[in-house]
Ligand binder design. Structure first.
Ligand SMILES: *[C@@H]1O[C@H](CO)[C@@H](O)[C@H](O)[C@H]1NC(C)=O
Length: 382
């Protein structure tokens, strides 16, 4: 058993990913690309990478659960308030499109977050928005997120199942799973897809969000079709991190707005009738320089909290003490295997604490939160 005092002293939180972070990141020293490619030398193209183990030197000091959480609890410019304050269904829909884009964060080429352990949790509050995540499957990795704001009557439910595959010159991760934002005051549910994550080694190394997604509101019938593109093949011309699309009525197919821009700068919509243009998203205001979340209530921390589970590894990475980081990571992995063996021996199946987990006919994952509201968290973002 981990005692409370120990839990408290081991929690290590790190700076959230933000717009400037990726640009300023140390690019892992010399020969990064060669070192990355050597990791893949025994991997066949087309292989599933969900069991791929990385040495800590290729890890950022946080788990995937934290990256997912940050994309919801680290948000400037109060994008969620705009969704609630929209006077018409079109205004609210447009704000939700902006919010959905804000959940895309610039990642850093050459470093990946840890694969969370089974049952790992991450629980953080930002003002009145409380966010609780749980890793509901280890292989394949599936993360469940529930966020609520009782003041604004908002609920977010997101079951995320990334499926990375290696293709020789790139790694591509399709991000499966349902992502819903509910504006309970209006009885509206917005369902959105996530673009794919592309990690490209050649010809120009880079990491980016790509592909086509839709965002829909069943109640109003509004829909957005968006297309994310990366830099053109040779890296010259073409636009980088561009988003194009339209917002339309899915029954009459009437287009209201044409959408254009870059998810790392601004996104605008142009009124199809009047021709006037409005900025609906500004990355500088929404995803710039966040504070590091802090432990406000050490006694309230669970032993399953990401910042506790990975605390020692995080500290090793922050200190560039790779030996310590590797030892700590190995310890976590060995303990996981041991717990798995014990469950197998006893014939037990693992059950999520905070979500009811189900499967779709197509083999997809779905999660529904057990509690209506997420309680205030022991970790807060100021
Ligand atoms: C364009 O102007 C009209 C009339 O003022 C307004 O209703 C509409 O919301 C505006 N559209 C955009 C995209 O700004």
């Amino acid at each position: 058993m981990v005692t409370e005092a120990k839990v408290e002293s081991r929690a290590v939180l790190t700076l959230p990913l933000c717009l400037e972070g990726a640009a300023e990141a140390q690019h892992g020293g010399p020969n990064l690309l060669q070192r990355i490619l050597s990791l893949f030398k025994n991997v066949r193209p087309g292989s599933d990478l969900t069991r791929f183990q990385l040495p800590p030197v290729f890890n950022m000091p946080k788990s995937h659960l934290q990256c997912l959480g940050e994309s919801v609890y680290c948000i400037g410019d109060d994008m969620l308030k705009k969704c609630v304050n929209g006077k018409t269904s079109l205004e609210r829909f447009t704000a939700v499109v902006g919010w959905s884009i804000s959940t895309l964060r610039p990642l850093i080429f050459g470093v990946a977050p840890f694969n969370p352990i089974l049952g790992e949790t991450h629980h953080v509050s930002a003002d009145t928005l409380h966010v609780l995540m749980e890793q509901i499957s280890h292989h394949p990795p599936v993360s469940a997120l529930h966020a609520t704001d009782e003041k604004d009557n908002i609920e977010i439910i997101w079951c995320q199942h990334p499926a990375p595959k290696f293709y020789g010159t790139k790694v591509e991760a399709v991000v499966h799973g349902k992502k819903e934002l509910k504006l309970l005051n209006y009885g509206e549910t917005y369902v959105m897809e996530s673009p794919k994550l592309l990690i490209r080694f050649f010809p120009v190394p880079g990491i980016d969000w790509v592909g086509d997604i839709t965002i829909r509101c069943e109640e109003s019938g509004l829909q957005a079709d968006l297309c994310f593109r990366t830099k053109s093949f040779l890296g010259f011309g073409g636009s980088y991190r561009s988003v194009t699309g339209k917002i339309f009525d899915s029954s009459s197919l009437k287009t209201f707005y044409d959408l254009n821009g870059h998810w790392d700068s601004t996104i605008t919509v142009k009124d199809s009738e009047e021709g006037n243009v409005t900025v609906i998203y500004n990355a500088k205001e929404a995803i710039s320089r966040f504070n590091t979340p802090t432990v406000k209530d050490p006694k309230g921390l669970w032993a399953s909290e990401s910042a506790v589970v990975w605390g020692e590894v995080n500290q090793g990475i922050l200190n560039k003490d790779w030996e310590k980081a590797r030892e700590a990571k190995k310890g976590i992995e060995e303990r996981e295997r041991e717990l798995l063996r014990e469950r197998k021996a006893k014939g037990e199946t693992w059950v999520a604490k905070h979500f009811t987990v189900s499967h779709t006919k197509e083999g997809g994952w779905e999660c529904s939160p057990i509690h209506k509201w997420v309680p205030p968290a022991p970790i807060a973002l100021l």
